[in-house]
Design a protein around this ligand. Structure first.
Ligand code: ADQ
Length: 727
């Protein structure tokens, strides 16, 4: 039986020590419910910190805790010392990542010792994973505390099935780039097969950062990094819908609600529920409430605000400062507007269990959720589900992830107190029919994509990614395919070997001129060419002069300029066709214009082609310019008999009768090769692959859809293969 191993900073059960005795308090979070609903063919195992620093656990405690956690809660504890908690959790996680990812860059504190601690603690989690995991287990890593873990696991268990979900926003590139360890974080995450986010924007920001910082493109959400495919996708987390939508019919909740309603004496109730965190916009919310009372005296002594704030990260300075600010604001407002019979704000600085919280949701007329940033915000969803069969208005910040799915709420900008105050007025005055209608639409959605659907969706997608990866693996030139290729090579008395150059024999460089063949490659080509049965053709889009400089002295055949020039081995260069260059006059100014409008891009003029390279341009601008440029070029091609070639970060135009496939046909006609091998990485190579005989060994370099029969991951892999066949 395989396991589903879930790794998060905290376990879903919290261990406390009271009067020297251990207490185990399971917190039935949404995630536990979602996972609990899965068919139990997989055994569930949680790995995380149990809530007590290592120093507070005696050997005896450990002997007691381990088996209880394991047997009763399927949990494996991670031991963290006070020092580790300070520098890892309070330090790096909550003083660097949390503020930065929530767009508070000025709160982030970049200190290398904190980063070192983050790395170290991620490795501690790794050890636990390695102890627990077996080859066919599914490993699901959660949240910003463990962003290095996917890659750490990948390095140790390359075949592992790894998912990662980020519960907080992924910020835009402009913010993310501020992080000194940004590349390490991206690489860490890309160790996962599937990387999930709450909202499309976060996925988009992640993909954009990967592109700009690692230079890696995405193809329909698939990212190829270090020769592996990872998928990036969006899974807006749902709630335990059944539990919340039926809460009010629960006896305990109904009782609590009756008590609360009695105590609230017919006031209109505005509710606010969060952890006390500076991202939640609590002071801004209080100011907006004050504005409502100031501008609308008719609501004084008619409404109350119930402000519930769970203490959070109280060891962090900013949180203590926020607590002070909130305390002061509340006393100012209560002092200013309160009367003997009316307190404008009831403040609860503590969390509540499910029945009390649901009762509060139930009595509330309005839920006021105004985070400055929030990955999702489940409170908003819980409130709407609780009001499935009743009115109740949700006011929701447009910067919360849940706003994307809850367009029927009153959406506000959390920094605009006037707007929030106006929304409060609208909510308090909204007719009941409209309230019902809005809640019904939102409930339909929440019911469909609840925590159970969310969990299943994520795990299904993870399996699908593995299938896609496996379909590539089936074509991988390795194992029996390689044996067959080598045997066929050895048997054959005449062999044609066609090798594209850039991206196939050498990796791409920032500047095309830097792509000079190295000693190892020259030796390899020489060895291949030294067998008189071999005709080795190096076929490139590069200029004839360059090809001549690099390979002219070798006993190989050459194709330059995408097939305009040919040099069969031992012969001189010759043109494949009579070609004209007149079109260049007309198009050169357009190439220059695009170069000028796209900083970092360059124009390369070849004998029978013009190329615009944008590898070093700002990627998003380059993508826009490239599609614009393509449109323009296509409008010329028909009249001028030209062809547009789209390569990797290059757009090229050349006469239509010049092509690698045409050039290669010269080697095919009149020859009966017993062995043909062709390798390439580009769209230009695809036509060539498709015109070769079916028995040819066609190899695509890189993971991509291709006409080739096989694939290899990189130029280095192709070189290894070539060395093997000649050894
Ligand atoms: P949080 O910042 O903790 O979580 P949120 O999603 O609002 O934010 O709340 C999570 C849970 O805590 C909810 O189920 C809620 O009922 C409970 N809770 C909040 N305040 C409470 C209170 N005062 N008393 C009792 N219970 C309370 C992070 C991200 C969010 C993201 C979640 C899930 O910051 O954006 O929605 O993870 O991915």
């Amino acid at each position: 039986m395989s396991n589903l191993i879930l790794i998060s900073n905290r376990l879903s059960v919290s261990v406390e020590k009271k009067k020297g005795k251990l207490e185990f308090n399971p917190s039935m979070g949404g995630l536990a419910t979602g996972l609990g609903s899965l068919d139990q063919k997989d055994k569930l195992l949680w790995i995380g910190w149990p809530g007590l620093p290592a120093e507070e656990l005696s050997d005896e405690d450990r002997r007691e805790m381990g088996p209880v956690l394991r047997e009763k809660y399927n949990s494996i504890p991670v031991d963290l010392t006070r020092e580790e908690l300070k520098s890892f959790y309070y330090g790096f996680c909550n003083n660097v990542i949390w503020p930065l990812f929530h767009y508070f860059p000025s709160y982030a504190y970049y200190d290398n010792t904190l980063w070192e601690s983050y790395r170290r603690v991620n490795s501690i989690y790794l050890e636990k994973v390695l102890e627990a995991a077996e080859a066919d287990d599914t490993i699901w890593i959660h949240d910003y505390q463990l962003m290095l873990l996917p890659q750490l696991v990948r390095e140790k268990v390359p075949e592992a099935r790894i998912g990662f979900f980020l519960h907080i926003p992924f910020p835009s590139f402009e913010v993310f780039r501020l992080l000194p360890w940004r590349n390490e974080i991206l690489t860490g995450l890309l160790g996962a097969d599937l990387i999930g986010f709450h909202a499309y924007d976060y996925a988009r920001h992640f993909i954009s950062s990967v592109r700009r910082l690692l230079g890696v493109e995405n193809n329909m959400g698939y990212v190829q990094h270090e020769h592996r495919l990872s998928r990036v996708d969006v899974f807006p987390m749902g709630i335990d819908y059944k539990k919340y939508s039926t809460a009010l019919s629960d006896g305990d909740v109904a009782k609590q609600m009756a008590v609360a309603a009695r105590e609230l004496k017919g006031f209109k109730v505005i509710l606010s529920v969060d952890r006390l965190d500076y991202t939640k916009g609590i002071p801004e919310r209080l100011r907006a409430y004050e504005l409502l009372l100031e501008n609308n005296p008719q609501y004084r002594e008619k409404v109350v605000l119930l402000l519930i704030a769970v203490p959070s990260r109280t060891k962090v300075h900013r949180y203590r400062a926020l607590k002070k600010e909130v305390d002061e604001l509340i006393s100012t407002i209560n002092g200013k507007y309160g009367t003997i019979g009316w307190v404008p704000i009831h403040y609860f600085y503590r969390g509540f269990p499910f029945d009390r919280l649901s009762a509060f949701y139930g009595v509330a007329d309005v839920l006021l959720v105004t985070p400055l940033r929030d990955g999702m915000n489940l409170v908003a969803k819980e409130f709407v589900a609780t009001h499935r069969d009743s009115g109740g208005v949700l006011i929701l910040s447009e910067t919360a992830g849940s706003a994307r799915e809850m367009g029927e709420a009153l959406l506000i900008n959390p920094n605009n107190s006037e707007e929030i105050a106006a929304a409060l007025k609208t909510a308090l005055e909204m007719d009941e029919y409209e309230q019902f209608e809005r809640n019904a639409v939102m409930n339909e959605r929440l019911g469909r994509y609840d925590i159970v659907a969310w969990t299943k969706d994520f795990l299904n997608k993870l399996s699908q990614v593995r299938e896609v990866q496996e379909s590539y693996l089936m074509k991988r030139m390795a194992g029996s395919f390689k044996d067959e290729l080598i045997a066929s090579y050895r048997r054959a008395e005449s062999r044609l070997i066609i090798l594209d150059y850039d991206g196939t024999l050498v990796s791409f460089r920032a500047r095309p001129r830097k792509g000079v063949p190295d000693r190892e490659l020259v030796d390899l080509l020489n060895t291949l060419a030294s067998d008189s049965a071999n005709d080795v053709v190096v076929a490139s889009g590069r200029m004839r002069m360059v090809m001549n400089d690099w390979f002219g002295s070798l006993n190989v055949s050459l194709i330059a300029c995408h097939g305009a020039w040919l040099k069969p081995k031992g012969q001189e260069w010759r043109l494949s066709e009579t070609l004209s260059n007149e079109w260049k006059e007309q198009l050169r100014p357009i190439f220059q214009l695009f170069k000028d409008r796209t900083p970092g891009s360059t124009v390369e003029e070849k004998e029978y082609a013009l190329a615009w390279h944008y590898r070093n341009a700002e990627p998003e601008l380059a993508a826009i310019r490239a599609s614009e440029f393509k449109e323009i070029l296509f409008s010329y091609t028909g009249d001028l008999n030209l062809d547009v070639l789209e390569g990797k970060s290059v757009l090229e135009i050349k006469p239509v009768n010049v092509s690698k496939a045409r050039a290669v046909s010269l080697w095919l006609s009149g020859n009966s090769w017993r062995f043909i091998l062709a390798a390439g990485d580009d769209t230009n190579d695809e036509v060539m692959f498709s015109q070769l005989p079916e028995t040819a060994f066609t190899i695509k370099i890189g993971l991509d859809i291709s006409e080739a029969r096989y694939y290899l991951e990189s130029p280095a892999e192709l070189r290894r293969l070539l060395s093997e066949i000649v050894s």
